[in-house]
Design a protein around this ligand. Structure first.
Ligand code: PSU
Ligand code: MN
Length: 303
């Protein structure tokens, strides 16, 4: 087994058996521009601490799997322009060959699981891209949710995706999708969509209980907790949809493919909304960090 390098606070939390929340690093390197990415990374960590849990941002640095980053490491990742984006397919190669990379939802789940962390907060997971019937572009995040027992708190799947197909694939893979406080599946920048989530829960206690019950049933895989963006921060679908359509057609015209698709779309939507998409992204990530810390508390208490 690979032994990760833990930050001092994560080591202490592990020793005390206190709640820990994993956080991804791709959102820092490929999801938001500098310096907002660094500010957000720090704020997300502070939000987890304010809820009495310990943040563990995960990344691979010079071949070492880090679980919990100190502020210097956070800053150098946030400023780096040549960091690779590591998903399930790339992680072992990077560790074995001394490389540095930021972890996606899939790779962060793997890192969290290696470290015995049950809960992970992010913005939105990857999913089935629009046009996937031609491109076959389906995020490895979905398959990871089917195999790795980590509860992922996200604001649904990014609205740049094909949400109905994303829900279908999650159902096929046996991944529980639990909307929080509503039945509607949230659409990242917007609190609701016209799709219902298969499951819904009102409290962190219910979500923690379901996480534990999956383990007791011997089921591999995690849960997707779909936590809507706070109403005051949302961008209505009618406003974001035309922007998404434009960004998608630009990506198509430029022949963007593979790993570059999601970062390109997020970057263009940021420009086309004059930063409004980023403000919403920040609000929803903080909201997810808060709920993830509460779920981590409940899981710790129940064990
Ligand atoms: N959520 C965000 N911003 C991001 C991502 C998620 O708010 O940048 C990243 C996550 O790391 C996710 C990845 O795992 O996008 C999905 O990439 P792909 O579609 O290439 O699998
Ligand atoms: Mn992809």
């Amino acid at each position: 087994m690979i032994t990760p390098t833990f930050s001092a606070e994560v080591s202490e939390a592990r020793a005390n058996g206190s709640p820990i929340v994993a956080l991804e690093s791709t959102i820092i390197t490929h999801g938001m521009p500098y310096p907002q990415n660094l500010e957000v990374a720090r704020k997300v960590e502070a939000t987890v601490r304010a809820e009495g849990a310990t943040p563990a941002t995960i990344a691979v640095i010079n071949g070492t799997l880090h679980v919990g980053l100190d502020d210097d490491a956070l800053e150098s990742l946030a400023q780096a322009t040549d960091v690779s984006k590591l998903s399930r397919a790339d992680m072992a190669f990077a560790i074995a060959n001394g490389k540095t990379g930021a972890t996606t939802v899939a790779a962060t789940m793997i890192g969290a699981h290696v470290a015995g962390i049950d809960v992970f907060a992010t913005g939105g997971i990857g999913g089935v891209h629009r046009g996937a019937e031609d491109s076959f572009d389906i995020s490895a995040d979905l398959h990871e949710l089917a195999q790795t027992p980590v509860t992922v708190v996200a604001a649904g799947a990014k609205a740049i995706l094909d949400l109905p197909k994303t829900l279908e694939v999650l159902e096929t893979l046996g991944v529980p999708v639990i909307a929080v406080g509503q039945q509607s599946f949230p659409a990242f920048w917007s609190a609701t969509s016209d799709l219902d989530a298969p499951l819904s829960a009102d409290t962190p206690t219910e979500i923690a209980a379901a996480h534990i019950a999956r383990g007791q049933l011997g089921l591999p895989g995690g849960q997707l907790v779909a936590n809507p963006i706070p109403a005051a921060s949302e961008i209505p679908q009618s406003r974001i949809d035309p922007v998404i359509t434009q960004a998608l057609s630009e990506a198509d015209a430029k022949g963007i493919s593979g790993k570059a698709v999601t970062p390109f779309l997020l970057g263009r939507i940021f420009e086309l909304t004059n930063g409004a998409s980023l403000d919403a992204n920040i609000a929803l990530v903080l909201n997810n960090a808060r709920l993830a810390a509460q779920i981590a508390h409940e899981i710790t208490a129940a064990r």
